[in-house]
Write a protein that binds this ligand. Structure first.
Ligand code: AMP
Ligand code: MG
Length: 410
């Protein structure tokens, strides 16, 4: 059943993005492009050169003038042009030139004929003139990129392929956003840091801080780790204050629900402007969002699957927006080969696995148990199966919406 006190997932996301867009918290810096993989570009990049920067041959072959089409039964090869060759070659009328891929073509060239399409006898070639089209196999100046044209805008992620484009333009330095500073801590008396021995039979490992830290770093953030904070109002309040002084964003996990030890809510009511939301999403119903001083605050639920899903669905877009980016992942629909349990009233982000069936059709299967504590549901997942709020149980063969994992989760 839909409960009117629940916020729709789309409303929560819109509110978060609106807040992020009104804030500019990133400083910029100039770095070598070789150190810029996955950093966020902060200034529009225009090309300093034309690409290609000169007309050149796309093939190993022979370059001819238009008048030579009439001599196609036999034409003399007057010389050769190589890639990188500095001097121009002497090219008498009524002759052609042997030319290599990437070599500069002379100004009055009509076309380059692939060497496979000519018959060569000693220093003469013949070819079928009816097959030759003007400009064929010639790469013209500026055809790929015009000098002065914009290549990448601010907010784009400098992936390896984008940096490759910059390398073809000789660009060695880029202006990027400095990493956002994100303070992170977990709350809970039951938590032990990984690497330490569990202190009691009731303690568990603090996997959330580990995971959230990895995800933040993968998104280019600098993590300020405040560790595990006990379920104690004063400790939590003081840590939140300190964290907000040092960071652009403060992220916590646990303690945002309605249990007796959920002190994060009380602490925030004293020192921040926070909204506690019950979002109509599964997993991840309790979520807190707001500000402490100048820092934005996200309070994630404690259950590990919920923490991971709410981070991916709400915090990742927030971080992207703070960098001036729009991080929408494309959604599409596929047939499910599993029955899916779903109750009406909340949007579900189930973990799924897209694969190609025996007929070569892409389909999706469930990864099994979907409880918010079952992190193994991620083990062989490569997507979310996004089941709309008003849908109920789903039978195999029905079409469902899938959202492939962003590359940082794979
Ligand atoms: P809470 O939101 O604090 O009520 O926690 C909900 C559930 O998540 C409880 O079973 C907690 O033990 C568990 N949990 C809370 N924080 C973490 C954490 N950092 N790592 C792993 N599990 C956690
Ligand atoms: Mg707790």
């Amino acid at each position: 059943m839909t409960n009117s006190s629940f916020l729709l997932f789309s409303q929560a996301k819109d509110l978060i993005l609106q807040t992020a867009k009104s804030i500019k918290c990133s400083q910029i810096e100039s770095i070598k492009s070789s150190n810029a993989v996955n950093r966020i570009n902060a200034k529009a990049i225009t090309s300093p050169i034309n690409v290609p920067s000169f007309n050149n041959s796309a093939m190993d072959g022979y370059v001819i003038r238009q008048a030579d089409l009439a001599n196609s039964h036999s034409i003399r090869v007057a010389g050769s042009v190589f890639a990188g060759q500095k001097q121009s070659v002497d090219w008498p009328q009524n002759s052609c030139l042997r030319i290599m891929t990437g070599a500069q073509v002379p100004d009055d060239s009509y076309a380059v004929i692939m060497q496979e399409n000519v018959q060569r006898v000693d220093d003469h070639i013949s070819f079928d003139a009816s097959q030759i089209k003007a400009k064929q196999n010639i790469r013209y100046i500026g055809e790929s990129v015009k000098a002065g044209s914009e290549i990448f805008s601010a907010g784009e992620k400098l992936t390896i392929t984008k940096l490759t484009t910059l390398a073809t333009l000789g660009i060695n330095d880029v202006t990027v956003y400095q990493p956002l500073k994100v303070a992170l801590f977990s709350t809970g008396d039951e938590l032990t840091s990984i690497g330490e021995a569990l202190t009691s039979p009731n303690s568990i490992y603090d996997s959330n801080r580990f995971t959230l830290s990895l995800m933040l770093k993968a998104l280019g953030c600098e993590v300020i780790d405040f560790g595990i904070i006990k379920d104690d109002l004063t400790l939590i309040t003081n840590t939140l204050k300190q964290a907000a002084e040092q960071a652009n964003v403060v992220i916590t996990s646990g303690g945002v629900s309605v249990g007796d030890a959920d002190y994060t809510k009380m602490a925030l009511e004293q020192i921040g402007e926070i909204n506690f939301w019950k979002i109509a999403m599964k997993p991840g119903k309790p979520f807190a969002f707001g500000k402490i001083g100048n820092a934005l605050f996200c309070g994630l639920p404690g259950n590990p699957v919920s923490a991971l899903v709410t981070f991916d669905q709400l915090v990742r877009p927030l971080i992207a927006a703070l960098y001036g980016r729009n991080d929408e992942t494309p959604l599409f629909t596929l047939k499910t080969v599993s029955d899916l349990k779903k109750s009406v009233g909340r949007v579900d982000f189930q973990r799924g696995h897209i694969f190609s069936n025996n007929e070569g059709e892409l389909v999706v299967e469930s990864t099994g148990e979907q409880g918010s504590h079952i992190t193994s549901s991620f083990n062989h997942a490569n997507c979310f199966i996004v089941l709309e709020k008003d849908r109920g149980n789903i039978k195999q063969g029905e079409r469902v919406t899938v959202e492939p994992f962003d590359s940082y989760l794979l």
